[in-house]
Design a binder for this molecule. Structure first.
Ligand SMILES: NC(=O)c1ccc[n+]([C@@H]2O[C@H](COP(=O)([O-])OP(=O)(O)OC[C@H]3O[C@@H](n4cnc5c(N)ncnc54)[C@H](OP(=O)(O)O)[C@@H]3O)[C@@H](O)[C@H]2O)c1
Length: 300
């Protein structure tokens, strides 16, 4: 019997890439896929992996799901509700320990330490919970997705000629495809026990620089404006909740919390990570993919 790894989040944008690469690195028979909503995911079974049902909010069901697993990829929940996320993550950790899982890999976010950004609250809480548990863990701080640029640019939609943000600073964006591949390599290595790994792109860009790149790609002038917090909220009145939540990110950005370029992603890939210019171009060719991704953020 091999070393069994349980994957969560496989139906999602990052988890599906991790899955694709892991299939090339370890035997499919060593992979158990825990799916939140198993309906309509027959293609997973065709890959030769075992598919089990697993809802983070139903700990009873997870006991059976995690049985026989040696390691677990805990994919962070997509939500702005901290309590919901923290409860879901800690329940998963508790059940994994009881089920005999020996190593948890957690997908956190590369905002550096001690950020006041609300998006980090559940990540820090989960990281702390894992560090104080006797189970082996690896915290993977995934770089901000390049395709999340509309969010960083203050909910920018491609129809607009203005980017208005309440702060600026460099961001070491990373391509989701690269993050997924590197995450799969970390898991397949069976290594990195007790480590916090930060995965970022090879260059950090200010939001003003991203706006210039976007201007070039969209072939139009896009004005870049730094606005007050109040003005930012006023401009995003139609999505006040998410705007208030996201506003807290800009102080971290201004302090350089997202600016650090870490070489680990490049080392794991064995080549230069994808560049923002390339990913922006692909994303913009794909019928307003950025606008679609933004709509998802607003709805979570
Ligand atoms: N690094 C970044 O810039 C960045 C950007 C966005 C998000 N994130 C974080 O990274 C995570 C993965 O990102 P993503 O882009 O892959 O998100 P995504 O496409 O929304 O995928 C989220 C995954 O979580 C699963 N899920 C949702 N609710 C669940 C539950 N109650 N129990 C178990 N699984 C559940 C979904 O399964 P179903 O499809 O079956 O619901 C899906 O597989 C996000 O959840 C978020 O925490 C990071």
């Amino acid at each position: 019997m091999g070393h069994k790894i349980i994957l969560t989040g496989t139906t999602g944008k990052l988890g599906s890439v991790v899955f694709k690469h892991l299939l090339q690195l370890i035997p499919a028979s060593d992979i158990i896929v825990s799916v939140h909503n198993p309906d309509g995911h027959e293609e997973l079974k065709d890959k030769g992996v075992e598919v089990r049902s697993g809802d983070f909010n139903d700990p009873e069901s997870l006991v059976l799901t995690f049985k026989g697993g040696d390691a677990l990829l805990l994919m962070s929940l997509p939500s702005r509700d901290d309590e919901y996320r923290i409860q879901g993550h800690t329940q998963v950790i508790d059940v994994a320990r009881k089920a005999g899982v020996k190593h948890i890999y957690y997908t956190s976010l590369a905002f550096g330490d001690e950020s006041d950004a609300k998006v980090m609250k559940a990540h820090y809480a989960t990281e702390e919970y894992l560090k104080h548990d006797d189970i082996a863990c690896t915290i993977i701080r995934e770089g901000p997705y390049m395709t999340s640029y509309p969010l960083y640019l203050g909910f920018y939609e491609t129809s607009s000629d203005t980017v208005a943000v309440p702060g600026d600073g460099k961001v070491a964006f990373a391509a989701r495809e690269d993050l997924g591949e590197a995450t799969a390599k970390i898991i397949a290595s069976g290594d990195y026990n007790g480590k916090t790994v930060t995965l970022t792109g090879s260059k950090a860009y200010s939001l003003q620089e991203v706006t210039q790149l976007l201007s070039q790609e969209l072939k139009k002038d896009i004005a870049f404006q730094k606005v007050s917090d109040e003005e930012f909220l006023k401009r995003n009145e139609d999505k006040r909740d998410v705007a208030e939540w996201w506003l807290s990110t800009y102080a971290t950005l201004e302090k350089g919390g997202l600016a650090t370029v870490d070489p680990t992603l490049e080392q794991l890939l064995g080549k230069k990570p994808r560049q923002l210019e390339e990913v922006l171009r692909d994303s913009l060719q794909n019928a307003k993919a950025g606008d679609k991704e933004l709509a998802q953020w607003v709805s979570h």
